[in-house]
Design a protein around this ligand. Sequence first.
Ligand code: SF4
Length: 318
Amino acid sequence: MQHKHRVIPIFMPMLACPHRCIYCNQYVISGQQKLPTEKEVLAQIDSYLSTMRDNVEKRIAFFGGSFTCLPLDVQNRYLDIVQPFLKESVVSGIQLSTRPDYINEDILYNLKNKGVTLIELGAQSLNDQILSYSERGHTVENVKNASKQILDFDILLGLQMMIGLPMDTKEKSMQTAQMIVDFGATYTRIYPTIVVKGTELAELYTKGQYKPLELKEAVDWCKELYLFFNNHNINILRMGLHPTKDLREGENLIAGPFHISFKELVLTSIWRDKIKDIIKKSNKKIIKIEVPKEEVNYAIGYNSANKREFPNVLFEIV
Ligand code: SF4
C-alpha cells in the first residue's frame, strides 16, 4: 500500500562510514563535512515545520550517512534531540538510512525505543558478484538477514538500489528488484551509478575498464523498475540522484547518467509508451486522453516532449 508522508531531512555526513565502495567519494568531500550541531538540527526542523500543513503526517529523517555506523552515544545524541517532537506528536516517527552490516538486535532495540519507524538499507545490488566488485563490504545474505531483523522489530523497511554498477545488467537489476520485494521492503530508492572524482570507479573509467550507462539506457532500465515496483506496491521514494550543487555544477562529476529531472524523464517515457498504445488502438484523428492532475507534467513530457511528438493528442485533466 502506498503511504504518503512528508519528511524533515537532517543531513548526516558520511564521516562515520568505515568502508570505501568503489563509487563513493566520501574521502574527497569528507573534509568539507561535519556533523550538525543541536542548534542546526533544531533550526532545520523548525524551518521545515513552518512550511508544512498540520494535518500531514511528518517524519524526521536522518539522511546521507550510515547512521548506525556512528558510535551509540552519538546516535542517541541525535535521536534525543528529536524526542520532544515525537512525544508531542508533531512528527509520527523517525527514519534513517544505514548499511545492512550495521544492523543487529542491540542496535534495533535502541532505535525502536527511540521511535524509529523506518530504516532504509543501502542494498545497492542483490547480486554477490556486483557487491564484491563494488567493494560494498557486505553480501546479499547480510541484506536478507538485516531486512528480516528490521521487520521482526516491526520497523518499516526500505531497500535502496543502484543501477549500472560494474557487471550490472538490466536483467540483474530486475532480479535485485524482485529480491527487494521478497525481502519485505515497503520503500525503495533507485540511484543510477555515476563516476565522480577521487574514486576507484574513476580510475577504472579512465583506464577504459568501466563504462557507465548512457542516460537513455538508465531511463529505460528505470522505466521497467518503476512499473515493476508499482505493480508490487513498493513506494519509490526517489529515482535519480539528488541534484546537489556539486553535481549540478559538475565539479566532481566525470561521467554517467546524471540529470536534474531524471524522474521526469522516466515518467515521460512511460507516458510516451501509454500514448503510443492508445493511438494504436484508436481510429480517431484527435485523441483525448484523461490524465490525473499529478501526472499531467509527465504526460505532456519533459520539455513538452510528448506534446510535441503527438500533436493530435489532447490531455484532459481528471
Ligand atoms: S557505505 Fe559505501 S557509499 Fe556509503 S558512505 Fe560508505 S563508502 Fe560511501
